[in-house]
Structure formats: structure tokens, C-alpha cells
Design a binder for this molecule. Sequence first.
Ligand code: ZN
Length: 334
Amino acid sequence: MVDCIDNDEHIIHILDKAISGTVLGEVNPLRRRDHLQQHTGQHILSQAFIQIAKAETRGFHLGTDSSTIDLEIDQISPELIAKAEDLANKIIFENRPIQIHLTNEKDKFPIRKDTERENSIRIIEIQEFDFSPCGGTHAHQSGEVGLIVIRSIERVKRLWRVEFLCGQRALLDYRAAHQTAIETAKLFSAARDKSPELVIKLQQELKDLQKHNRELLNQALSVEATNIYNTSTPNSNNLRIVKATFNRSLDELKTLAQLLVAQPSIVALLATTLESPKIIFACSNDIDIDCGTLLSQFCKEFGGRGGGKAEFAQGGLPIGTEFETALESLAKSL
Ligand SMILES: [Zn+2]
């Protein structure tokens, strides 16, 4: 069987091949048990949210991995979630009988949600807890649901969607979460529940190292800039033109350019071929060159984009662009 559809009047079985005559159907016991646990669990959880937060269930979806109910409530907190989860599990652990009432007098029962059906109504009672008109498959005792866990919540329009798992699904989810926690803790050679504090410590150490690394890099760049300046010679216009191509990050290049043009009468034309070609074009503020306009024109010729201020500009070129010769003649033209 491919699917089974309840269209209110009939139960329709969708098959993958034609059949004729009488056939014997067989219920898949594992699937039935799974659906029974999720569905009965939903009755219990919906009532728990009413008792804890006066939150009515406006929608229910039984998914293949997890199920959801949509609650009518403005605000929801982790504390409230825990309270509803505790109450739902209390009802499960008490193993309350679940009874089916077939009645024509629905008004005699304190039903959770009204139904448009008249005459014979099927009401499911979880003893002294919840009465719901329903035609689905339910447990005989609440204990069969095993366990209810709420996995996540999210705002959906004006409702709160609560994702939950019951019975075997809760066990499998616990096993997976436990395995994840164990494997994470193993990386620290620590006990399972120690991981969060160790990750926080590791993040702080990483931040400190990055800060230290930046400071060292800035020192190195400062020395490099001084060396470049000292070894450069002014051209006929009395400008020191520094042209170089590196395989370094753009941030590093920017810092180096800034350090260079902090000196008087120097122009920096620095390129990097790391990932795609990028160019920094900067000059000291005593030089009358419009780096932004010049670099914009330069990049446009190669199908790239560039621009910026008169003293500091940057641009990008398509991957594989042969720009070196053009950059050389740009440097010579200054
Ligand atoms: Zn039901």
C-alpha cells in the first residue's frame, strides 16, 4: 500500500498495483503503535497546555519525524514549556485508563474542542483529564505513550508551533542527542555534560588568540611598511610608487597600504591574487591624485568594479584576469 486517506465518507487505500477479488489487508504494527503514541500524546499535551497556560490547540500535524501543535497564546517561555511537559508526563506515568464514549449527548461531556458532528459522537476520555471528540487510534492506557518531549517552539503567524515527540520517537531522539553530546565531550576528553562550559572556554581562548594574532600581524606589517618605504626611491615627480602583488588577504593589504601612505609623497598600488584579484590604490594626502576615479576606470577595462575616495580606493577583477602589465603602466604614468 502506498497511502491511506480518510475522506470523511470512506477510507481509501492507494495501491501500487491493481487487485481483484478479495484481498487480505494487514496492519503494520510498528507504524500503528507509533501513530497511536504520537496521536494520544497530542491529546494529553493539548490538555496540559490548557491547564498550565489556557492555551488552546488550533492545529495538529503528525509528521514522519516529529509532530506539532499550534497554540493560541501570546507569550511562551521555557518555564511554561517545562510545566506543560511535566504535567503531560505525569498523566502518562499515572497510566490512566483511556475510554471511548459513543454518545448522542455530547453536551454531557466537558469536551476540549467542539465538533460540528451531530448524533453519534465518539469521545475519547483520558480519565479525569481530557475529553475530545475524535475518530483516531488511541492507547488503552496513557502509559502506552511512554514519554512526551518538546523539542522546539517557533512563532507561526499569531500562534506558537510546538514540536514534540512521543514514545519510541522520544527514545530515538534521546539516543541521538546523547550520542552527539558524548562525541562532543570526547573531543575535550570530558564528561558528557561538561561540553557547553568547555566550548565557551575554547571560544574565549580563540578570541584572545585572534586578538594577539592581529596585534602581532600589525607589528609585522608596520616593520614591512617601514622597510618598503626605506628601500623605495622617489621618481621624477618626487613620488615613491610602491607596486606589488601578493597572495594575502585584502584586510592585510589594506593595513599595509594605510601604513605606507601615512608617510608623505607615497603611492601604494597593492594587489592580491588570493581567491579573485583585488587591488588597493592609495596615496599620501599631500598628493593630488584621485585614486577612486583612476581605479574605477582601471577595473572597468577588465570587466571588474572599483572605486573609493581620492586617497584610498579598492577594486576587484574577475578570476584569472591578467592585470599585471596594465598595473605596471598605471604605476609608470603617475
Ligand atoms: Zn484522537
